[in-house]
Ligand binder design. Structure first.
Ligand code: MN
Length: 231
């Protein structure tokens, strides 16, 4: 590749043979590659390394590719992060759902690596669309959240959050002054909503508040309802 900056590709695929094949081919083509085999790990790596492209298998252990796609799109719109889904042969539903949820492209297994590389290049070489409708910065008093840099500052101090805590904070700040139920938070932050998972929200909220320190009271607990970020 002749770009000045090497693009980063995250390969999320639980089949080791396919993952290795992709890693070799993308590395040989000049990309910086990272491989992982499950959905939760993919989200952690994506938050940390900010890849330019995610190759995302749909059938994954823990969190499947569609759920991963939903979560990734909440923080990184199309044009900022490219996502190519790997779907099983003839799985029309996955394909349609993937594109509706914001995948840039899809490739049906078994696929030609050469074709996948070409599609990746086409997407990555596209001019970047500026997303002006979405603010890239959320602020409240001394707290500022930079959505592009994935960074939270409290005054001059950077607070280090996990990907989940970060999304939770962003979601609450976006709905400042409005109540968000645990179910709403589950579905928008985790991308799914199952009965009995409400405690997951509380657990992450507790850690988020600990890290906010005395600013924790910006987030109010609404008994029997959920949470609200103060106006
Ligand atoms: Mn798979």
């Amino acid at each position: 590749m002749n770009e000045d900056v090497q693009k980063k590709v995250l390969i999320v695929e639980d089949n080791e043979d396919i993952a290795n094949l992709l890693k070799i081919n993308f590395s040989d083509s000049g990309y910086i590659t990272e491989v992982c085999g499950d959905g939760n790990e993919a989200l952690e790596i994506a938050a940390r390394q900010k890849p330019d492209l995610v190759i995302l298998d749909i059938m994954l252990p823990e969190l499947d590719g569609v759920e991963v796609l939903k979560v990734l799109r909440q923080v990184r719109p199309r044009g900022d992060l490219a996502i190519i889904m790997l779907t099983a042969k003839g799985d029309e539903i996955d394909r349609v759902l993937g594109l509706e949820l914001g995948a840039d492209d899809y490739v049906v297994k078994p696929f030609s690596t050469r074709e996948l590389l070409l599609r990746a290049k086409v997407i990555l070489d596209r001019p970047v669309l500026k997303q002006d409708q979405e603010p890239s910065m959320l602020t409240h008093k001394d707290i500022s959240v930079d959505l592009d840099a994935y960074k939270v500052m409290k005054g001059d101090e950077e607070l280090i959050f996990t990907a989940t805590e970060f999304r939770l904070l962003v979601e609450l700040m976006r709905y400042r002054g409005k109540a968000r139920s645990r179910e709403q938070l589950l579905s928008s932050v985790w991308g799914y909503s199952f009965d009995g998972y409400a405690r997951t929200v509380d657990t992450h909220m507790r850690r988020l508040r600990q890290k906010l320190g005395e600013d924790a009271d910006y987030i109010e607990t609404l008994r029997g309802v959920g949470y609200r970020f103060k106006e």
